[in-house]
Design a protein around this ligand. Structure first.
Ligand SMILES: [Zn+2]
Length: 296
């Protein structure tokens, strides 16, 4: 039984119908998400941080940079509303959820009304990545079925050209299900999906082509957000062997085997600053005076 006003999505549109049609008119992802350990690139670390780091001070700067890049990507797209995917840990849209905060920033950036919500579910669920049978590149149908489990939609007239926001796209199951629900129950005519990153498969031979986050632009925006520590977004190199991070990859204490590039705020916490090159020191004069260091 569903509560008044809410219907199970699978009563309106079947798994087969969802899988057989591409419901979103366009799907964008701002960068790649590689499920590697140690992480393959900074973009993957940033995408993960957006999902998990909302309580930490640099989060608003990271979200601001994503919202700005998304706004730039969507320039010229005719939209009249915004909604988002409900995360695994929610049953309905929580206004303090990181994805909700990001969606609000994006709504402001695109001069759209606050995000609207037409979807909920009765119980929170495991993230799909934690469900064995949903792993793998060919699991779209199972994933759609899983997303639909107890998903409900509120039949309502909503925006006609709606932006659908999610964090990390995997096979696009949520995008399809939400696209289908918005079009069959909420009067949407066009659904444009935006993700901060897309999970990459088959060594990158997955149809996404290059899909590189514009990291220079990202860092330029993030560093410009007020209230962020001056060095939070500096480049560092993490030695996984001894869990230290280095400001200088040529530091004599740095162990290159298994190392990876990161940013100071991402590396700190789980790793110790190198005593040789990354000690916490008072900000140097050129930062105090607001002079940009030459990027190496
Ligand atoms: Zn060092």
């Amino acid at each position: 039984m569903s509560a008044p006003g809410w219907e199970f999505v699978r009563r309106i549109v079947s798994v087969d119908e969802i899988v057989e049609r591409v419901w979103c008119d366009r799907i964008e992802a701002l960068g790649s998400f590689w499920v590697d350990d140690p992480p393959r690139d900074v973009a993957s670390q940033l995408a993960k941080f957006l999902k998990e780091g909302a309580a930490r001070p640099p989060w608003p700067a990271v979200a601001t940079a994503y919202a700005e890049l998304a706004g730039e990507r969507l320039a010229g797209v005719d939209l009249d509303g915004i909604t988002r995917v409900i995360s695994a840990d929610e049953t309905e849209a929580d206004r303090n959820h990181p994805l909700e905060r990001l969606s609000r920033m994006l709504a402001d950036r695109l001069q759209l009304p606050r995000p609207l919500h037409f979807i909920r579910r009765r119980t929170a669920r495991l993230p799909m990545r934690n469900v064995d049978r949903l792993r793998g590149y060919d699991r779209l149908r199972d994933r759609v079925d899983f997303v639909l489990t107890d998903l409900q939609v509120r039949r309502a007239g909503g925006p006609r050209r709606i932006l659908l926001v999610d964090d990390i796209l995997c096979l696009g199951a949520s995008m399809r299900v939400y696209g289908a629900a918005l079009k069959t129950a909420c009067g949407a005519e066009r659904v444009i999906g935006i993700n901060i990153a897309a999970t990459r498969f088959r060594g990158g031979d997955d149809g996404w082509d290059e899909l590189r986050l514009d990291l220079d632009r990202f860092l330029e925006i993030a560093r410009g957000v007020r209230g962020v520590g001056g060095d939070a977004f500096d480049d560092v190199w993490v030695s996984t062997a001894d869990r230290t991070y280095h400001a200088d990859p040529r530091c004599r204490l740095h162990i290159p085997a298994g190392d990876y590039r990161s940013l100071r705020f991402l590396a700190a916490g789980r790793n110790m600053p190198c005593s040789g090159c990354a000690r916490r020191e008072p900000a140097p004069w050129w930062r105090l005076r607001g002079v940009r260091r030459r990027e190496g």
